[in-house]
Write a protein that binds this ligand. Structure first.
Ligand SMILES: C[S@@+](CC[C@H](N)C(=O)[O-])C[C@H]1O[C@@H](n2cnc3c(N)ncnc32)[C@H](O)[C@@H]1O
Length: 203
């Protein structure tokens, strides 16, 4: 999908994401579990409406990226309410140009479904994270349950077109093929949602 159309799709959804950011929906138990160790210089890619900000310590130095200016505006509001120090960037994550090895914690939640080249983004996360740093991911993808995966394959073109996300990516394969060292994975919902603790390979 052409990038400007993709940005427009997410721009339209920013209000919905902002409302959801303030509700304790089911994903919060995963976010809480994954992000309680987030600390230091944090990079969050595709930050959306700032749903994860409530899990970061007050003294964290956060860099938050999203290509949707409206999402960023929503996230700015949440950061201000929580007194967080956040450097916001309106950028395409696939083109992100930041100094290598500059972040203690790199976070992506529910974003790998939307990039045209998720493998490129995963590798980039590995280069941006400090050698001794951590990469924390909450991502969804194709289930190992055949009934669920058939439905995901069927729905994928429609969902991609309506909300900009693929629902049938093989996330575990993408992770295993990436340049990240995967430390731990916890999967749920018929193995379609994954909490991932990783770090740069050879760290
Ligand atoms: C499904 S939402 C997830 C938002 C947030 N991470 C969360 O957990 O609620 C995907 C987000 O990725 C952003 N996004 C998608 N592709 C992007 C890209 N190539 N560069 C920057 N942001 C992108 C969208 O604007 C949207 O805010």
């Amino acid at each position: 999908m052409e990038i400007n159309r993709q940005i427009k799709l997410f721009e339209k959804q920013a209000g919905k994401y902002a409302k959801r950011a303030r509700k304790q929906t089911v994903d919060h138990k995963w976010r809480r579990k994954l992000l309680h160790s987030a600390e230091g210089n944090i990079l969050e890619i595709s930050v959306g409406a700032g749903t994860n900000f409530q899990y970061y310590p007050e003294d964290a130095e956060i860099t938050a990226v999203d290509f949707s200016p409206t999402m960023i505006e929503q996230a700015k509001g949440v950061a201000a309410e929580r007194n967080l120090k956040v450097d916001f960037m309106v950028e395409n994550v696939e083109e992100l140009d930041l100094p290598a090895r500059s972040f203690d914690t790199v976070v992506s939640t529910l974003s790998m479904c939307s990039y045209p080249n998720p493998e490129k983004v995963l590798d980039k996360l590995g280069t941006l994270c400090k050698e001794e740093g951590q990469i924390l991911l909450l991502e969804h993808g194709v289930s190992t349950n055949r009934l669920v995966s058939s439905f995901q394959h069927l729905m994928d073109p429609l969902v991609k077109n309506r909300i900009g996300c693929h629902v049938n990516r093989d996330m575990l394969k993408l992770l295993n093929d990436s340049t990240l060292e995967i430390k731990r994975v916890e999967s749920s919902l018929f193995n379609s949602v994954h909490l991932v603790w990783a770090r740069p390979l050879h760290a």
